[in-house]
Design a protein around this ligand. Sequence first.
Ligand SMILES: [Zn+2]
Length: 461
Amino acid sequence: MPNKCKHVTNLGGNTYECHREEYQNGRCVFHMGDLRQVMGKLKDALRAELRDDKGDEIDLRQLTLQSISDVFEDAITNKKVVFDGSAFNVRVDFKGTKFLKGCSFADCDFGHGATWERCEFGNELSLTHRHSGGPLKLVNCTYKSGVRIKSGTSNSPFYFLGRDFKGDFDCSDTTIHAITIKNSTFRDLVTFEGSTISQLFELNDVTFKAGLDLRANGFPKTSYFRGVTFLGKASFSKDAFLKIPLTFENCTLHGLELSDLPILDRTVDTKFDDCEWPHNYRKPWGDRQNHWSRNIIADEREKKRDKHILRLYRWLHNYYYNKSEFKLASSFYVSFMVMKRRLEKRNPGAWLIDMFYSITSRYGESVWRPLLALVFLWLAVPGLLLTVGASLSDGQGYWSNMLLNLQFSTLARFGKYAPPPDSVSGTILFFESILNGLLLVFLGLGIRRTFAPKRPLTERD
Ligand SMILES: [Zn+2]
């Protein structure tokens, strides 16, 4: 019966007894002091531990390790691997390792940085390290149960380059020098609450399915949001966020609940280039997830949010107007007017005319819509008259009916041009002339709006 190693690790107020077999002088090969002499033996022992089914943890606490990258390459282990308190004298590369029960790098010192490539983390990945002398790169890894980051004195950047993140991505209450996240999908909450990011915050092709909490205490001047899809709530801290210029490029914002995004109060530049906004987005089935396009004001909270959206549309109209992007400005003007209709209490008549104005003219933004509606009306009504047997010209065909209808329903409907006192055609022509009148006014307003100098929306609009 071989003796046990007598080493006891003291770490963070806890003691850990070693359960490995003695190698020399009452110590196992992992606790020989200077490990450079026994690296070969240590690697063999580690390989065996990764494979066997003794215990549920590999204890690599508080060691000073040389290169162990080759041991972990493409290894699959059913034990939690704990590197807490250890220091790596060389750059570490984990390639294709499957940490099925997770791994922990709490309080580690990566002297020359570290890379994890194609790794799988079956349980939480804890990267609450103490220091790193180089970048920490995680490339194309799979995260099954969350990531926890805390960087100590490190000035090294984090790179998360792909791909599938399950579980919370917790980057709260820490100081981060720089972080770049690319080609990734986060299924659960990502939080930077209470953190300070000092140099760089970069998101590129990232989807946040559950939400992003950016209520950081400090936010760097250099921040990029490129190709970011927001599908959940996003919270931004006012203080840190208001003072830096921001650019959103090719972002999809239709899932974003903007009530906490203080862009309206921002005094510094915010740029939105080729972003997809919720106002022109419609889900094919219902709008359960698209809380922007809901018609009914269910409660006060929703009303408050809708008022915020009204402000946002006004802001966006003016933003694009000032950038001379009039097409976009126009679309936000329409969204603004629609939202206004939803929020303001109006009598049914005014509401109906507003609705008609919205559909047939986009609130004066379109000349084509009222024109097409008029042509449609002039072509459809004679057909309708003929169908119900109320001909305007006895025994004549569609086209002569159309010409008479055009004459009766628009300008010349009095005196000798009055329509026949036939009750059916009289009623139809009465309503047609009201619609005609409205559409002609809308057409006039549209033409006026096209040529008249435009202006930004004010608080009174
Ligand atoms: Zn030991």
